[in-house]
Design a protein around this ligand. Structure first.
Ligand SMILES: *Cc1c(COP(=O)(O)O)cnc(C)c1O
Length: 478
């Protein structure tokens, strides 16, 4: 399998070459030259693989179609090390549970940080360690987080050889649980940097450091952000695992609703559907930051400034632009890379928007690719959390509540609807408490979390301070 940039850079690359990279050199995102198509027969064979050999083996079958530069025995062992009942809580890894008839929740949030990002990031930790050792290289991951991404990255990379993590976050602005999760890590290769500012300051600092090419090369700076192809690929697996649990007949169709921000999660669903998984609809659920809902309803994609981005009670979906969206637009435009470049490089930077409403291809988003969308607001979220607790005795988190609210608007007769659970409620305890009048249950492993000693350096938003900190910790190690 070879990979190409969405913006037409002619060089084809292999999986391990793009594994450690972010954007393609032309600013585009990597996609495989073609999606492998799965026959109905293979699909039924995989149903047996998942039931009898488990999630790790299923992951290996799927990843093997996209990764041909890691020996199969090694890839299998990486999958087996990643997807264990010990790390993810159950042998199903992503168990499905019913709500009302026809409606299901796919639990993706029982990994180490209690959000779905662990599903991909845990694999990435093992892949990075493997590939860096093979090359005899080291990598310093620099990131910015407002919560889930940073903690998932830290728990994936902790103790891994050849990798250090420098994670910036806005000082005092994450939920208490998220803060305690990150700052209580004592591994010497994990560094928390709390920036006296907001999330955008953190992102600007990361961009400024990465933009200094000499510094970047000298200190081998890398990222693990949501545009990483390996992350997206890892997420494809649970659409298959969810499908097998929701169906028992070959060829039966299922819809998925995905609480969305950067479009990484639902883009993995698009890849699974493009491979031939019988997905009926892919329902994109947004919160008040409804850039994607507006696109799927009108054909207009209009990014927002950070000042126009709402701070909501489903904060992991508070985005101003959706960084993975370019991958879908590339497929929607039938792989016309020059046009993707004009839209994402030219139109977005000059006008901050593009409009596909009058293009006949736009209609294919729904008719050929199965996309529909909806939006949920703070009152919707609270009502959905209350109603789900009252009727089913289940507590769902705020992001999953956005998904469930929108899912109900798109249910079709005879087609199971699967809502992806993207976090556990304890991560957003304050909102749950205001909805239900009591706190959500805390998993046993986290009961003493708030008492654990915390490790963090607080810093002014100054790029030289961040660079000096990285330099000091790289030299101390060398
Ligand atoms: C990251 C995240 C999302 C959004 O996922 P995308 O892949 O960015 O669309 C939704 N919910 C939670 C809890 C998250 O952490």
């Amino acid at each position: 399998m070879r990979y190409l940039s969405t913006r037409g850079d002619p060089e084809q690359r292999r999986f391990c070459d793009i594994l450690l990279e972010g954007l393609a050199p032309d600013g585009g995102l990597y996609l495989p030259v073609a999606y492998p198509r799965i026959s109905a027969q293979t699909l039924e064979q995989w149903r047996g693989v998942y039931a009898q050999q488990g999630y790790a083996q299923l992951a290996f079958e799927i990843l093997s179609l996209y990764i041909d530069d890691i020996p199969p025995a090694d890839l299998l062992s990486l999958c087996q090390k990643t997807y264990t009942a010990k790390v993810f809580g159950t042998t199903a890894i992503t168990p499905l549970r019913p709500l009302e008839p026809g409606m299901f929740v796919l639990a993706l949030s029982n990994g180490p940080t209690l959000a779905f990002k662990d599903m991909a990031m845990q694999l990435l930790g093992h892949l990075f360690e493997y590939e860096l050792a093979r090359r005899g290289e080291e990598l310093n991951i620099l990131g910015a987080t407002s919560g889930d991404t940073g903690s998932a990255a830290e728990y994936a990379m902790r103790g891994k050889k050849g990798v250090q993590v420098f994670m910036t976050s806005p000082h005092g602005r994450m939920s208490r649980f998220q803060q305690a999760q990150m700052f209580s890590l004592q591994d010497p290769n994990i560094h928390n940097i709390a920036i006296e500012g907001v999330f955008d300051d953190c992102q600007d600092l990361v961009k400024a450091v990465s933009g200094d090419h000499d510094f970047k090369r000298k200190y081998r700076i890398g990222t693990v952000n949501s545009i990483n192809w390996a992350r997206l690929l890892a997420q494809v697996v649970y659409y298959f695992a969810g499908y097998f649990q929701a169906t028992d007949q070959p060829g039966q169709r299922v819809s998925f609703t995905v609480p969305s921000g950067n479009f990484g999660n639902v883009c993995a669903g698009h890849v699974a559907r493009s491979m031939g998984l019988p997905i009926d609809q892919l329902v994109v659920a947004t919160n008040e930051n409804d850039v994607l809902d507006v696109f799927f309803k009108t054909g207009v994609y209009q990014v927002r400034s950070s000042a126009q981005t709402h701070e909501t009670s489903s904060p992991s979906m508070d985005i101003s632009k959706a960084s993975n969206f370019e991958r879908f637009v590339h497929d929607l435009l039938d792989g016309d890379a020059q046009r993707v470049r004009r839209l994402f490089q030219d139109a977005l930077s000059s006008a901050g928007r593009f409009d596909l409403s009058s293009d006949p291809l736009f209609a294919l988003a729904a008719t050929q690719h199965g996309f529909v969308s909806g939006r949920s607001s703070h009152p919707d979220r609270l009502r959905t959390i209350q109603d789900t607790y009252r009727r089913f005795g289940q507590i769902i988190d705020t992001h999953t509540a956005d998904g469930l609210k929108v899912a109900r608007e798109h249910v079709r007769d005879g087609v199971p609807m699967v809502v992806l659970e993207t976090a556990l409620p304890i991560k957003f305890a304050d909102t749950i408490e205001s909805a239900l009048g009591h706190a959500p249950p805390c998993p046993p492993a986290f009961l003493d979390l708030s008492e654990r000693p915390q490790r963090v350096s607080v810093m002014a938003p100054d790029v030289n301070l961040v660079k000096a900190y990285i330099q000091e910790h790289c030299e101390a190690k060398a």
